[in-house]
Structures are given as structure tokens and as C-alpha cells.
Design a protein. Structure first.
Length: 258
């Protein structure tokens, strides 16, 4: 009887072994990129250098780099002499994936807005508990810019979502900041559509001015260190503002990602 043919893949190239090696390489390279050990906008070592460093063949190295590209952490260029280009973790990539996931789950814009009503008031509380004078000054300066463009619905529509993101960015909780950043493009896209359809959605210039009044009132409460009232006020403001946004309810969440 003829002996069965030998496996065409060497032991080190068998799928399970390759997969395990690729996972090990991927985990280490991802850790180094995120921690900054491999500088942002620097280069990964070349394939040959990675082969030597990890003691594996080129196959798991290429698989690990392919996954890093899918995650938006590296960018390969044809013909480059160095390794793949390192990119910092991107909220834009995360936002796109979040939008698609929300679409798949059937989330509406009302669903997104409800989530904002949960996280933004708590950010307002954290700001009132510990915002520095510099942080308060930054919020006040932004309100001045909002006032400057209040007559222009499109310009104000670009500014308004930034104020909401500032609350999350400056509250001191990085998880809230990242969650808000993943929703920012959805919020910005929603307001942009509203500002382009009529004179600022159903609010008009008077409504935009009223929204800025609410922003300034919140800053006053933050400056007074009144955490309870800051949280309560911002939740009530968001609840009262929802009817302004209903003009975009017909849109899908990922329709708003630019």
C-alpha cells in the first residue's frame, strides 16, 4: 500500500500553528502601537526584521499586518522600502464601525439621542465637580464663537455638536470622551442636515440663540460647582431639545457618517 502523501505544509506553516503565531505577533504589535512604543506615523520594522524578532515565518507576520491594516493601525504602501506605516487609533474608524453596527441592530437616531441623554448629563456633573479655570474659560470662549455664527444656520450647525463633544472631552473621564467621539459624526451629520433643510430645523435663529443660552447656563452651574443642578439641567435641556431633531428621523444612522 502506498504511504499517504506528506502534508504539503511544513509544521511551522500548518494553519493552526500559523494562526497562533499570527495572534501572538498581532497582540504584541498592537500593544506597542497603542502604547506609543512604536511612534505614531513611524514605521513598523520590515517583514524580515519582524521574522527575526518573533522567530516565525513571513506568513504569520503578513497575517498580523493584514489585521492591523483592517483595524486602521497601519497603512501599507506598494514599493516602500521600510515597514508598514504606523497610524494612531482613530475615532473616525471606530465611528464608522459603530454606525454600521447600530444600523445592523436597527438603532434609530432617537436611540442615539437617548444614549446622549444618559452620558452627557453625567459629564456635566463631572465638570462641575472638578473643572479647572482653564476648562471653564475654554467653554466660555466656545460659546462666544457660537454667538458669532448664530445667524448662519450651517456655521452654527458645525459649531453646536463641538460644544457637546467638549463636555465629554473635558470632563476627565476618557471612556466618556471616546464614546462621545464615536457618536460625534452621527450628531454632527444630524445637525448638518437639519440646518440645510430649513432656517435651522424647526428652531430658526431664535431657537439657536436659546440653545446657546442653555450652554451658557450650564457653564454657570459648572463654574459654581453645582454638580446636582448641572446634571439635572443638562438632562432637561436635552429632553426638551429632541423635537428640534425629529426632522431627521427618516434617515438611517450610517447615512449621517461623512
Amino acid at each position: 500500500m502506498d504511504n499517504p502523501p506528506a502534508s504539503s505544509a511544513a509544521p511551522s506553516e500548518r494553519p493552526a500553528v500559523v494562526r497562533k503565531a499570527a495572534e501572538r505577533v498581532l497582540a504584541e504589535l498592537r500593544r506597542q502601537i497603542v502604547s506609543g512604543e512604536i511612534a505614531e506615523d513611524g514605521n513598523l520594522p520590515t517583514e524580515g526584521e519582524l521574522v527575526e524578532r518573533f522567530g516565525v515565518s513571513r506568513t504569520p507576520i503578513r497575517e498580523a499586518i493584514r489585521v492591523l491594516e483592517m483595524e486602521g493601525l497601519v497603512r501599507s504602501q506598494q514599493g516602500q522600502r521600510h515597514g508598514a506605516r504606523v497610524q494612531p487609533p482613530s475615532t473616525r474608524v471606530a465611528a464608522r464601525q459603530t454606525g454600521l453596527l447600530l444600523r445592523r441592530r436597527g438603532a434609530s437616531l432617537a436611540d442615539v439621542y437617548q444614549a446622549r441623554q444618559a452620558i452627557e448629563p453625567f459629564a456635566a456633573r463631572l465638570l462641575a465637580e472638578g473643572a479647572s479655570g482653564q476648562t471653564i474659560a475654554a467653554l466660555k470662549a466656545f460659546c462666544i464663537e457660537e454667538r458669532r455664527v448664530v445667524a448662519d444656520p450651517r456655521a452654527w450647525g458645525r459649531a453646536a455638536p463641538v460644544f457637546h463633544q467638549m463636555l465629554l472631552d473635558l470632563c476627565g473621564n476618557q471612556t466618556l470622551a471616546v464614546l462621545g467621539a464615536q457618536l460625534f459624526d452621527i450628531v454632527a451629520g444630524q445637525i448638518s442636515v437639519e440646518m440645510s433643510e430649513t432656517d435651522g430645523g424647526v428652531s430658526g435663529a431664535a431657537g439657536r440663540s436659546k440653545a446657546i443660552d442653555a450652554h451658557e447656563r450650564l457653564i454657570t452651574l459648572i463654574e459654581r460647582r453645582d454638580a446636582d443642578r448641572a446634571e439635572t439641567f443638562w438632562r432637561a435641556h436635552l429632553q426638551a431639545a429632541w423635537p428640534w431633531h425629529q426632522v431627521t428621523e427618516r434617515l438611517n444612522v450610517d447615512d449621517l457618517l461623512r
